[in-house]
Design a protein around this ligand. Sequence first.
Ligand SMILES: NC(=O)C1=CN([C@@H]2O[C@H](COP(=O)(O)OP(=O)(O)OC[C@H]3O[C@@H](n4cnc5c(N)ncnc54)[C@H](OP(=O)(O)O)[C@@H]3O)[C@@H](O)[C@H]2O)C=CC1
Ligand SMILES: O=CCCC(=O)O
Length: 293
Amino acid sequence: MEVGFLGLGIMGKAMALNLLSNGFRVTVWNRTLSRCEELVEHGATVGETPAAVIQKCKYTVAMLSDPSAALSVVFDEHGVLEQITEGKGYIDMSTVDAETSSKISQAITEKGGHFLEAPVSGSKKPAEDGQLVILAAGEKTLYEEVIQIFDVLGKKSFFLGSVGNGAKLKLVVNMIMGSMMNGFAEGLVLAERSGLSQQTLLDVLDLGAIANPMFRLKGPAMINSSHAPNFPLKHQQKDMRLALALGDEQAVSMPVAAAANESFKKARSLGLGEEDFSAVYEVLKASLFNATA
Ligand SMILES: NC(=O)C1=CN([C@@H]2O[C@H](COP(=O)(O)OP(=O)(O)OC[C@H]3O[C@@H](n4cnc5c(N)ncnc54)[C@H](OP(=O)(O)O)[C@@H]3O)[C@@H](O)[C@H]2O)C=CC1
Ligand SMILES: O=CCCC(=O)O
């Protein structure tokens, strides 16, 4: 199967490589075109623009940073929409809000194309290992046609009904994750400030009711202040912001998420946006130390 792939950041690169190594023919495009070179070494073809990729491929996947990138790649000059014709499928796996996804869906389907939103749970390693969790919504027939793609990228796919449901579920999941990360980081700082071993805290957490892969994976790096980006903090803050907007729409009070968002914003303001979202630890560490100095 020939698949187009737009966006070769941390996630997109791993996902496109995975498709190549599983026998798909892949045509890639990235805004910074030089990032396509590594994929070409693994057998990909390059499309000069999103429109060129769509023209060549029946199915195209996008993995872009945020709503503005997702809209720009579709609606701008030489964008996706220029070459969408009857029967083409466009699958946007970026984490965006339901409104963005609906705008894209409407534009694609008005031209006779088919659309799925399919954001994912799981970060760089699961993307490399084909172990993502896929939250698809939109056209069921397209979902069935591209299930082979999802089977390579993920360990489990959910079909969630109408466009917007995948985007919303993804935001709820990441809102919980961002809030957990803040609580975890505060706990690590409090343990250290109280003269306790942070490693012992990690060991205890891992044996109890709140053990989870995120604490297990990130904890050892965090206590060494190592935040090499798997999931960039700027994207986590974007997800908190979009989840809070969803909370506004639904009149759901979310004080914990709002506080977590403030910490992520503070981290961005301190230049930590490109670091892993675990770098929020540095902000909490600084503020707790200042408060008790
Ligand atoms: N990293 C993770 O753990 C996870 C991320 N996600 C979500 O997946 C998406 C991608 O994440 P990730 O790969 O980490 O992000 P990266 O920041 O590594 O990559 C972002 C990609 O978007 C492209 N891009 C940004 N702005 C524009 C624009 N205006 N026009 C065209 N292309 C643009 C970048 O191109 P360029 O190279 O030119 O900058 C790059 O290809 C995000 O929505 C994120 O929230 C979901 C699950 C996990
Ligand atoms: O959106 C990013 C999610 C990262 C993860 O699920 O580990």
